[in-house]
Design a protein around this ligand. Sequence first.
Ligand SMILES: *[C@@H]1O[C@H](CO)[C@@H](O)[C@H](O)[C@H]1NC(C)=O
Ligand SMILES: *[C@@H]1O[C@H](CO)[C@@H](O)[C@H](O)[C@H]1NC(C)=O
Ligand SMILES: *[C@@H]1O[C@H](CO)[C@@H](O)[C@H](O)[C@H]1NC(C)=O
Ligand SMILES: *[C@@H]1O[C@H](CO)[C@@H](O)[C@H](O)[C@H]1NC(C)=O
Ligand SMILES: *[C@@H]1O[C@H](CO)[C@@H](O)[C@H](O)[C@H]1NC(C)=O
Ligand SMILES: *[C@@H]1O[C@H](CO)[C@@H](O)[C@H](O)[C@H]1NC(C)=O
Ligand SMILES: *[C@@H]1O[C@H](CO)[C@@H](O)[C@H](O)[C@H]1NC(C)=O
Length: 716
Amino acid sequence: MEKLPANSFCLLSCVLVLFLSSVSAVADDPQDKQVYIVYMGSLPSGLEYSPMSHHMSILQEITGESLIDGRLMRSYKRSFNGFAARLSEPERERIAEMEGVVSVFRSKKLQIQTTASWDFMGLKEGKNTKRNLAVESDTIIGLIDTGIWPESESFSDKGFGPPPKKWKGVCSGGKNFTCNNKLIGARDYTGEGTRDNQGHGTHTSSTAAGNAVAGASFFGIGNGTARGGVPAARIASYKVCTGTECGSEAVLSAFDDAIADGVDLISVSLGGDDGEVLRYEEDTIAIGAFHAMAKGILTVNSAGNSGPDPNTVGSVAPWILTVAASTTNREFLTKVVLQNSKTLSGRSVNAFDLKGKNYPLIYGDYIEGSQVKGKILVSGYSVSSDVAVATIIRDYKDYASISSRPLSALSPDDFEFLVSYVNSTKSTQGTVLKTEAVFNQKAPKVVSFSSRGPNTIAVDLLKPDITAPGVEILAAYSPLGSPTEDIDQRHVKYSVLSGTSMSCPHVTGVAAYIKTFHPDWSPSVIQSAIMTTAWSMNASDIGVSSTEFAYGAGHVDPIAALNPGLVYELDKADHITFLCGLNYTSKTLRLITGEAVTCTGNTLPRNLNYPSMSAKLSKTNSSFTISFNRTVTNVGTPTSTYKSQIVLNHGTKLSVKVSPDVLFMKSVNEKQSFTVTVSGSNIDPKLPSSASLIWSDGTHKVRSPIVVYTDIPDSV
Ligand SMILES: *[C@@H]1O[C@H](CO)[C@@H](O)[C@H](O)[C@H]1NC(C)=O
Ligand SMILES: *[C@@H]1O[C@H](CO)[C@@H](O)[C@H](O)[C@H]1NC(C)=O
Ligand SMILES: *[C@@H]1O[C@H](CO)[C@@H](O)[C@H](O)[C@H]1NC(C)=O
Ligand SMILES: *[C@@H]1O[C@H](CO)[C@@H](O)[C@H](O)[C@H]1NC(C)=O
Ligand SMILES: *[C@@H]1O[C@H](CO)[C@@H](O)[C@H](O)[C@H]1NC(C)=O
Ligand SMILES: *[C@@H]1O[C@H](CO)[C@@H](O)[C@H](O)[C@H]1NC(C)=O
Ligand SMILES: *[C@@H]1O[C@H](CO)[C@@H](O)[C@H](O)[C@H]1NC(C)=O
């Protein structure tokens, strides 16, 4: 899951995975079987075929066992063909050679990564925001996550009619799990029921489509109306995680079902282990999303929480909308007030109220419990004391996390100031206040943990695509989960989380909002509308971590995205051409697309008709000229004249030409092509060189980032 923090878990699981894979090659010991996904591509047409019995007979043939209990873990049989099974290494090899088997690959463990945020983006509550409620209530969002807390007020079905007629799903959430007319579907791939005992899936579901619930807060912090982007939409919950561990073979099952169940959009706030980027053919989110795209369903996915280093973005397919995380204009501060009235502003979500009472401050990293009793500990380590009245720590983080005890985290400068004050003054006293929400005028800024490009799998495809609120987000939670990763007796219905897991459902909500006005728009049209209307972000901060590699096209703007003017359209064939351009073999192509595909011609990946343009140059110190071919479709005013404009970003020395530089549209759905030619020399080897192409007819501004770069070092 892509919520923070999850580092302690990841360290453990990464080591475990390495250990398992190192023993797996040694012997054919029954204890030694791994979960493999046996992927068989598209479902054969014809009524005779029974996928499940075919899967079992393959397993029986390979294992020589008639009882294959415990071997077959999942059958994919509704939207594509294949299964997941426990196999030894020799078995895996034999299966891989069988007729009809496209590929066999290891299942991986994935991580899960207020609503003030919707106001921040301009999607206000009430009459000032236009809504198409009849269509909104026919929109179904599928969330592949840790499940859901069905009793949350955010999912109450007060005022909802029966599920839309197109819905073909079920409510099989296990014991004591009831769906309603808001939460219309539940499936479980974990064996523990769809009930969310963690909190993550409840949070993401309510961010995308939760009801408006007034007076929601975390112990009064962030008090306001919690609501999703499309409060009238329906939710279907697909649980693939046990705790924070999510099997990629379960994710593929969830896609198989969600597509067949009739969801309109799929939201996946999950990603690979810390910093690991999977190739498309091993990435079950990419494979599932390809089938979804082919059926007209857009998948929105979190970029990952492995930033700020470059080359860390984990969601890399062009048929997925990949979301980075940034701040909103509300931030949480926890003040430290010293006896001399000096106030320092720290970070944390501290729900504890010391009622303004002063306590002695004591500084030190290794202090006995008895010494800190009744005092406030000032400690350079990021751990709170369970004996002290409160702890003040030094922290570099640019977001606030919930603390399980009274705590404020100071910036290194403020911390040094406090330490010298405590050292130089006899019997200093101070107090830590309860967290308050303040106005953050520097928003939006991409947060440090958000994974950055460049895309290491398709180097000429810019990722992430967009940024959205993912810092200090208040949304519904499961009272079974702990609000912190510490020992914490508190149980809450609303909680504050940060992560690209939180920004992803914001964009899912925006995509659903767009679909309510344009039900016929394909996934690529919605993606293009979101990207080309984004707020431009300021790349002037020094360093690769605050460039297009952090935010893609910019910050999502839900209202502007309703009316993009021109769009960059893509269909399944275009994506296949793109994969051909990456030199995928036909076997690998079958793995991703599920079909027998033959590549014709040789089209460069950068000519994929994507709403952004990016190219990796092979040499730094030479002059270059590269071009991008694009085609736009008119979805705005029938007769319109679009003129191109190039805006070079701060410090960029590029020459960019657009040909033709004026487009005359005479009807809706008319297409026009153009070529963007970029030339330059000796570009900065450490930073991307970038510009924006803006097509404008005086009403619409259709903006695409253009990025060229060479090898970007792995660390900032
Ligand atoms: C069912 O779940 C609800 C909500 O958590 C709980 O209050 C109730 O006790 C549960 N009932 C049973 C029989 O487990
Ligand atoms: C939240 O705000 C509402 C209205 O302003 C108020 O009635 C309510 O008591 C507040 N709740 C908390 C927990 O502070
Ligand atoms: C504060 O005092 C501690 C303990 O005597 C010492 O190690 C540290 O260097 C002092 N720090 C400052 C900033 O004065
Ligand atoms: C970008 O940041 C620079 C420096 O902080 C500032 O001068 C400039 O006005 C900003 N531009 C925009 C568009 O916000
Ligand atoms: C694909 O192969 C062609 C021909 O060998 C080569 O020119 C091109 O660089 C390769 N493309 C990629 C993305 O590896
Ligand atoms: C490449 O160009 C950079 C900056 O223009 C320069 O510092 C560097 O020495 C050059 N390297 C080579 C191998 O020419
Ligand atoms: C790109 O566009 C130019 C100008 O229209 C054309 O000559 C060229 O063949 C196109 N290239 C591709 C790969 O479509």
